[in-house]
Write a protein that binds this ligand. Sequence first.
Ligand code: PLP
Length: 450
Amino acid sequence: MKPQNRRRSSNNDLNSKRYEQAVKVFPAGVNSPVRAFKAVGGTPLFIAKGKGPWIWDESGRRYLDFCGSWGALFFGHAPAGLIQALSREIKKGTSFGTATVKEIELASKLRTFFPSMEKLRLVSSGTEAVMSAIRLARGYTGRKKILKIDGGYHGHVDSLLVKAGSGGATFGIPDSAGIPEELARQTLTIPFNDFEALEKVFKNEGEQIAALILEPVPANMGVILPKPGFLEQARKWTQSCGALLIFDEVITGFRIAAGGAQEHFLIRPDMTCLGKILGGGLPIAAFGGKKEIMDQLAPLGPVYQAGTLSGNPVAVAAALWVMEQFQRFKSSVDQLHERAQGFFRELRKEIQDQERPLQLNTAGSMFTLFFTREPVTDYTSAKKSSTEQFARFFHHCLERGIYLAPSQFEANFISTTHSKPLLEQTLEVFLAFCALGEPAPAKKKPAPLK
Ligand SMILES: Cc1ncc(COP(=O)(O)O)c(C=O)c1O
């Protein structure tokens, strides 16, 4: 592999120039907040293209991409088969606003991976999937309250942009302006992996809870693993109180196993939300679950939900291609996990002896490095990580041609196109940071990845 980082010197200039233009037309210059690099400082990248594990910015500088469009790109950037499928499909038209046969094909394939989705509906984003699932849970149960996990992210759904106050379950406080407190108060939160809080909230308010929604493996406070039995208890308490269990598998779907975390942990939720990997980078998502719940949706039932572009044929073609990959290459998830776990094993071995306090949390092919001494098991422990150290780590990697998710509280993703040699080089870059003193000394321009 040849270095391709030509025109490096103009890199920052070009990104800065674009950023100056962007801030004039978009708030903070971006169309989604984390892209603005506020959590790490510096100028956000303007990406011109991607191929396999690589992305190139506007100045032609190449980066090994561990953000992967926030976990959407299981098979890397622009796989040839996907591009061909899309080119074929797009010639037939871009949207009809009617039913199409390919949607049925997609639903049938999806159900082979997620049998708990007896019926489903296609939407265009993870947020839409979750928002619809929450409305449906409320409509189906006739209850108002939603229980979520402290630090769990489910898109920018009003009811779910709520975090916990101190201690146990508590009335919600909106995390964002514009959300009426009356609505936020209907959201309860408990810390992840907290068996006592789970029991307490269901004992005290179980009859009022429409649904417990959670990421079975949280990836939005960094990656955090469920303690053995926690998901089982979530299933038990929801069932005994007549609340629905919603697995938000927007990240974990196809990532933890082809059939998501529910396949891996052998837990059948009442409803599931999917997105990201499903569309291979195109805007498509889905929510689904038990037939009797899904049949409450309009026009069969009283819960309204709709979308002009829902089931968009181009996005469906992308999702069909993705499903075919998982069907044809049944072991692709396991193979990727194996490669990723090899990398994680090496990294863990090395960081054990490091001065720097570090925790490596991993699940399947995703990982987060936390800059803290204590194990990270929930949002409180995740927040102990030094975000200042993370920012330096992020820029250390960026300067060496590695693009990580630009925030401490995110997962990083390894795709099927991240080869073993690339992971070995990544390991070196990570370890070079660990070897640096505190604070990291200014160095001359580092060499790019080869
Ligand atoms: C677990 C989870 N649910 C839902 C969403 C929202 O998906 P989208 O950004 O496609 O609206 C995200 C986005 O990151 C997510 O990570």
